[in-house]
Design a protein around this ligand. Structure first.
Ligand SMILES: [Zn+2]
Length: 355
């Protein structure tokens, strides 16, 4: 098959569009012929590498993908057909629980003891084919676009689990979202609006803020024009503060803590600004604040949010589509923060047979 892979960590130049053996499905797995993949910042972190990350080289990036089932390993454990058939159009859930540890058995597979993420710890979706366990698949309606599907899986499940399940977002609450353009943030705006919440957006790019407004953000704050944007949030909420902050930057935590009302919740699923920063602990106890972390979602949450996506209640925002072979350019666009919404890769039909 054709794939974009790398043999060593480094910049975009290490990505190579080349031939690689197609994977074979293990018992309980399906072989998917991919039609679209979507990029996440994690792809670039994995390509760059970090201390302690051990990959089976060459590695293939990519957590998100959608395509058709080409084959199913018939040696299924009992009861695991799951209604999937060859030819079904599917979206992949990259959050791979083992299915048998205490957390997986309790339906909390994102806490799995042997957790893997497609494209991070094992080879991913920048390829013509990928194998995943059948329980990781969601069947798409015949008319649902593969690119929109690929763009949705990781960011919507992450935002849904964080805002709705971990954050317990309620109708009528005010949510502050820090950063305007990322996939999780645009998903969070839509989910907050669907839940009946009021959305305040802080960003530094006027165009991205305008786009955020077009998908439902109620109050926009341009942080490039503020010395301390937490004050602007405070004033915009009649000196009350917001109920919930979605902060996936990390280095902005102090401003986020200041922008919260007493008893408010800070939700985080990532750290695009870097992993280490200082916090003034007095804000947390004196204001009765909660800091709530999560990553990915459970299989049940994934199904719940995909049901809302394929019925059009949540609409993935697409930025730019690149051919698979131009994955390096696509990653550069993402890394430079030039996108609003998701960048996807178009994966052409395999040229020679099935591998
Ligand atoms: Zn497990």
């Amino acid at each position: 098959m054709k794939a974009v892979l790398f043999h060593q960590h480094g910049g975009p130049e290490v990505l190579e569009y080349t031939d690689f053996p197609a994977p074979e499905p293990k018992p309980g797995e399906a072989l998917i012929r991919l039609r679209a993949a979507a990029l996440n910042r994690m792809d670039v972190f994995v390509r760059n590498g970090w201390v302690g990350l051990k990959l089976d080289m060459p590695h293939i990036n990519g957590a998100d993908g959608a395509g058709d089932i080409v084959s199913i390993n018939p040696l299924l454990p009992e009861g695991e057909g799951l209604g999937m058939r060859v030819g079904d159009r599917v979206i992949i859930n990259a959050n791979l629980g083992c299915g048998s540890c205490e957390f997986c058995l309790a339906g909390k597979d994102n806490l799995c003891n042997q957790w893997h993420l497609l494209g991070e710890t094992i080879r991913g979706t920048y390829a013509e084919y990928v194998c995943v366990p059948l329980r990781q698949l969601y069947k798409l309606p015949d008319d649902y676009n593969f690119h929109q599907a690929a763009a949705s899986a990781l960011v919507y499940q992450t935002a849904w689990h964080s805002l709705v399940k971990r954050g317990n977002l309620q109708k009528g609450e005010t949510v502050l979202i820090v950063g305007a353009g990322g996939g999780v943030n645009t998903a969070s705006v839509q989910i907050a609006k669907l839940m009946g919440a009021h959305v305040v957006m802080v960003g530094s790019d006027a165009q991205k803020l305008a786009k955020a407004e077009s998908i439902g953000a109620n109050i926009l704050i341009d942080r490039s024009k503020e010395t301390d944007w937490s004050k602007a949030v405070y004033l915009a909420t009649n000196k009350r503060g917001v109920d919930v902050v979605v902060d996936n930057v990390g280095t902005t935590f102090m401003q986020s803590l200041r922008a919260l009302r007493k008893g408010g919740r800070l939700l985080t699923v990532g750290n695009s600004g870097g992993p280490k920063f200082e916090i003034d602990n007095r804000y947390i106890f004196a204001k009765h604040l909660s800091i709530i972390g999560s990553t990915m979602s459970t299989l049940a949450d994934f199904k719940e949010v995909m049901d809302l996506i394929v019925t059009g209640k949540l609409k993935p925002i697409l930025d730019t589509m690149y051919p698979l072979k131009d994955a390096a350019a696509a990653q550069e666009r993402l890394w430079q923060n030039e996108n609003f919404g998701k960048i996807t890769l178009d994966i052409p039909s395999p040229s020679q047979g099935e591998g």
